[in-house]
Write a protein that binds this ligand. Structure first.
Ligand code: ZN
Length: 53
């Protein structure tokens, strides 16, 4: 079932000279750590809006 994973925890699986790959410990998806940072930034921006009163 395609449940949206927010990748709450990741671990580094591979590192090269100019990039780093992380794997989500929950769903096992592997992505570039930069990509992961972008996701986190979007997520926090969205959370910030929701928290606004
Ligand atoms: Zn995940």
């Amino acid at each position: 079932m395609a449940e949206a994973c927010k990748h709450p925890a990741v671990r580094v699986v591979s590192r090269t000279e100019d990039s780093e790959f992380v794997e989500c410990v929950q769903c096992g998806e592997v992505f570039d750590s930069e990509e992961f940072e972008d996701m986190r930034i979007e997520e926090s921006l969205r959370d910030g809006e929701e928290d606004k009163e």
